[in-house]
Design a protein around this ligand. Structure first.
Ligand SMILES: [Zn+2]
Length: 243
C-alpha cells in the first residue's frame, strides 16, 4: 500500500491511497463494506457512516453533502449518481473519490469552513472546477480564500490523447493556453491536466499562490493503480475531511 498525506493542518486532513487491494466498490447494494474502506476508517479514526463516496461518471456534477449522506457508497447503496465532486460544510464527514490517472483536486476554505473534493479527468479542462467553486460558494465559501491542491495523477509526459480531445477542449482555452496545455512530441499529442486545471482555477479567482501540487505520476509510479498501465477494477482513493 502506498499513501500520501497531501493536507494535514489545523483545518483539514486529506490524502491519496492505493489501499491494500485498490478495491473500493461493493458488488451488491447489501454487501458489507470492502476491506480497504474498513482499514481507511480506522486510520482516520472515523466511522464508515461518516464517509461518502459518489457514483462517478467523468462528468462535471458536484453535490453538496452532509451527515445525512454518510455511508453512501461505502456501507449502503449509493444515492449520489453521476457525481464527480463533493463539497461539505460539516466537520468529520470524509469526502472520498476513486481515481486511477485522473486528477483528485482538494479544495479548502478554512475561514468559512467549507471543503471540496473533485475527480477531474479530461473535465479538468472543462467545467467541474467551476461547479465545485459554485457549490462551495453556495455553502458560504469565498473564492478568494479557496486553496486548491492538485493530487497525484497521470503527468503531462505520459497522458497521450487523440486530436479529438484537443478539438473538444479548444473552446475552453485561448490559442496560447492550448499550446501550454497540449504538447506534441514524436508525432504524439499529450495533455497536461495540471496546467489545464491551473488555467481554469485562475478563471475562478483561485490564483497560483493558493495552489499546491503533489508531483507524483500514477502512470510512472507503479505503487499506485493506473488505468493507462492496465489496471481494471482497482483504483486509488482520494479523501478529505474537515477536522
Ligand atoms: Zn508520468
Amino acid at each position: 500500500m502506498k499513501e500520501i498525506i497531501v493536507k494535514d493542518d489545523a483545518f483539514a486532513y486529506g490524502g491519496f491511497t492505493s489501499g491494500g487491494s485498490g478495491i473500493w466498490t461493493r458488488q451488491q447494494p447489501d454487501d458489507p463494506p470492502v476491506d480497504d474502506y474498513i482499514a481507511l476508517g480506522r486510520r482516520l479514526g472515523r466511522e464508515l457512516s461518516e464517509v461518502v463516496r459518489p457514483y462517478q461518471a467523468n462528468g462535471s456534477r458536484v453535490a453538496a453533502v452532509g451527515r445525512e449522506h454518510g455511508g453512501s457508497g461505502v456501507i449502503k447503496d449509493n444515492e449520489l449518481k453521476r457525481v464527480d465532486g463533493l463539497v461539505t460544510a460539516e466537520r468529520g464527514i470524509v469526502l472520498s473519490i476513486i481515481a486511477a490517472d485522473c486528477v483528485p483536486v482538494y479544495l479548502t476554505e478554512p475561514v468559512s469552513g467549507v471543503i471540496g473534493l473533485l475527480h477531474c479527468g479530461r473535465q479538468a479542462a472543462g467545467d467541474i472546477l467551476r461547479s465545485g467553486a459554485e457549490q462551495m460558494k453556495a455553502l458560504g465559501a469565498c473564492p478568494q480564500r479557496i486553496h486548491m491542491h492538485i493530487g497525484p495523477h497521470i503527468c503531462g509526459d505520459c497522458y497521450e490523447v487523440g486530436e479529438d480531445v484537443r478539438a473538444e477542449l479548444a473552446g475552453n482555452f485561448s490559442p496560447a493556453e492550448l499550446k501550454a496545455v497540449f504538447s506534441l512530441r514524436g508525432g504524439k499529442l499529450y495533455l497536461d491536466l495540471s496546467k489545464a486545471l491551473k488555467l481554469r482555477a485562475a478563471a475562478e479567482g483561485i490564483t497560483d499562490d493558493r495552489i499546491t501540487e503533489t508531483r507524483v505520476c500514477t502512470f510512472c509510479d507503479s505503487s499506485f493503480y493506473s488505468y493507462r498501465r492496465g489496471d481494471r477494477g482497482r483504483q486509488n482513493l482520494a479523501f478529505l475531511m474537515m477536522k
